[in-house]
Design a protein around this ligand. Structure first.
Ligand code: NAP
Length: 265
């Protein structure tokens, strides 16, 4: 379809950028969003040339209350039919919870939570009209993990996103809409530097780290297949099985070994 578009948030690096490349490889047009306009401009022309699709971009900060509506209005103005919505933007706050401001936490909830809900809610009615929509919410293995001693809101908001994704499936699967919660483990991206936890990431054993390209490919394929959840790689499938079935005391022993600094307190 000429006007068929995928909207990808957090498309300037990591999993979002690799998802953009992978989706474009299937001949689908893109609208990319993130804060860094210069990067968005560069990757838009790179992807457009390489895959021969139309790529537009809309720079904005999802921490601002009206950002998701501005994105939606822009797509409406341009007459883009957004049938694929990849809610990917995210980061972590490295500061102890009692030292952050309420504004920082609220912004964090907007980027990882509220914006996902508003974008999904905005694009859903037209997906329903067309009888087709694929949504991906980039969550995390943290959604299943024990509470962490860093970034105390990160796991809870990812759990919330998984539950939200489930609700979309229950309510809209019969209308041709599906939502996939993509739950990666440690992925090599800009995330850990941007979130001030690169030292912690450096101490994670290499067998637990995967490329953004691999995670994006597995996630996007699961989204197209309408799967409700995707835990990429066999390593993390086993880990999530353990997280769901093993007692917390055993898990925290493993956690201290495999992710030093994360479960120390
Ligand atoms: N890396 C991991 O180990 C890992 C594991 C599990 C889940 N995840 C999840 O994967 C998703 C993507 O992260 P990543 O690992 O690919 O990290 P990344 O390389 O740092 O990418 C994060 C993306 O989010 C955008 N972003 C951050 N804050 C934003 C804001 N306020 N407004 C708009 N866009 C914003 C960034 O773009 P700008 O800076 O240009 O705005 C960037 O494009 C996140 O939801 C993260 O929680 C990551």
């Amino acid at each position: 379809m000429k006007n068929d578009y995928a909207l990808i948030t957090g498309a300037s690096s990591g999993i979002g950028l690799e998802s953009a490349r992978y989706i474009a490889g299937k001949g689908i047009n893109l609208i990319l969003t993130a804060r860094r306009e210069d990067i968005l401009a560069n990757i838009s022309s790179e992807i457009s040339e390489k895959y021969n699709v139309h790529v537009d971009y809309f720079p904005c900060d999802l921490g601002e209350v009206d950002a998701p509506i501005k994105i939606y209005n822009y797509c409406e103005l341009k007459n883009y039919e957004v049938n694929l919505l990849v809610n990917n933007a995210g980061y972590g706050i490295p500061t102890s919870f009692h030292k952050t401001s309420i504004e920082e936490e609220e912004k964090f909830i907007r980027v990882l939570g509220t914006s996902v809900i508003v974008l999904t809610k905005s694009f859903l009615p037209k997906m329903i009209e067309r009888g087709y929509g694929r949504i991906m919410i980039v969550s995390s293995v943290a959604a299943f993990s024990p509470p962490s001693s860093i970034q105390p809101l990160y796991g809870p908001i990812k759990t919330f996103m998984n539950r939200f994704s489930d609700s979309i499936n229950i309510n809209y699967n019969h209308l041709g809409i599906s939502s996939t919660a993509l739950c990666p483990g440690f992925t090599v991206t800009e995330f850990h530097t941007a979130s001030g936890v690169q030292d912690e990431m450096d101490r994670v054993p290499s067998f637990l780290k995967f490329s953004a390209e691999r995670i994006a490919k597995e996630g996007v394929e699961a989204m197209f297949a309408g799967k409700p959840i995707c835990v990429p790689t066999m390593t993390y499938k086993i880990l999530v099985f353990m997280l769901k079935n093993f007692p917390a005391s055993i898990l925290s022993l493993f956690g201290r070994k495999l992710a030093p600094g994360r479960y120390d307190k």
